[in-house]
Design a protein. Sequence first.
Length: 264
Amino acid sequence: MQTIRTVPPGRVILVGAGPGDPELLTLKAVRAIASADVLLIDDLVNLAVLEHARPEARRVAVGKRGGCESTPQEFIERLMFAEARAGRTVVRLKGGDPFVFGRGGEECAHLRALGIAVEVVPGITSGVGAASAAGIPVTHRDCSQGVAFVTGHSKKDGRGPDWAALARSGLTLVVYMGMARSRQIAAALAEGGMRADMPVAVVQNGTREDQRRLVTRLDRLADDIAAQGFASPAVIIIGEVVAMAAADSLDSLAADGARQAAQG
Ligand code: SAH
C-alpha cells in the first residue's frame, strides 16, 4: 500500500557556524539560520549567531559541556527526525565545519537512511580559523607542504592517531581535542623522532574576543599549558609554520606573552 504524506516534507540543514567570531558565518549559514523552525545548538557555537534566527524559532541546546552529561546522540537524532517528519526546517548548528570532528557525517547518513532530506552548509573549521587568526599559516611554501587535522582523543578501544607516522610526515599538525592529553601527544611525537624544539602553538577560543595564544616548543608544551592555564576549546599547532608566522604577528605574540605575564 502506498503511504500518503499529509504534511509537506521537512528537512535538516547541518550548518557550520565557524570557529567563534559570528562574522565568520557564511551567507548561506545566515540564510539557513533565518529559515529554521527548530535550532539544535552545539556548545561551541557562539550564541551571537542566533540573532539571525526568527524569534519564534524553537532553540534546543544540545551541548556537551556546562556541567551536565552530554545530550545523548540518539536523542539529538530522534529529535531531528521527528521535527523534520512533522514538516519543519531543522537547523543543526555545529562549531567550525559540520564534517570535521563534528559527527556530522554520522548524523547525515542516519537521517538520509530514514528518508529525511539533509543539506550541509560548510563552515570555517577551527583548525584553520584559529591558526589564521593567530597569524599562523597552516602551510608555507618553504617549510610545510601540507597539514593534517588530527584528534587528540582516542577511541574507546584505545585506537588513536599514529603519532610516529605523523612525526615523520613533515606535515603541519593541527590537533583538535588535544588539551587533556598534550603530554602524551608530545611524548608520542618525540618518540616518533620529532625534535624537542619543534615550534608549537596553542590557540584557545580562536577568533573570539577572548582568543589567547601560547607559543612554545614540543618538549615544553604540557608544562607551559599548565603554567599559563590554557584550556579547551583550543587547537594545538605543531610545525615549522609556527615560527614562520608573520613578523608583525610574532611581535604581537610577544606582546601577548608580556600581557599575559603581567595579568598572571
Ligand atoms: N567541527 C569543529 C570541531 C569540533 S571538535 C570544527 O570544525 O572546528 C571540538 C574541538 O574543536 C575543540 O576541542 C577544539 O580543539 C576545537 N575548537 C573548536 N572551536 C575552537 C576555537 N574557537 N578555538 C580553538 N579551538 C577550537
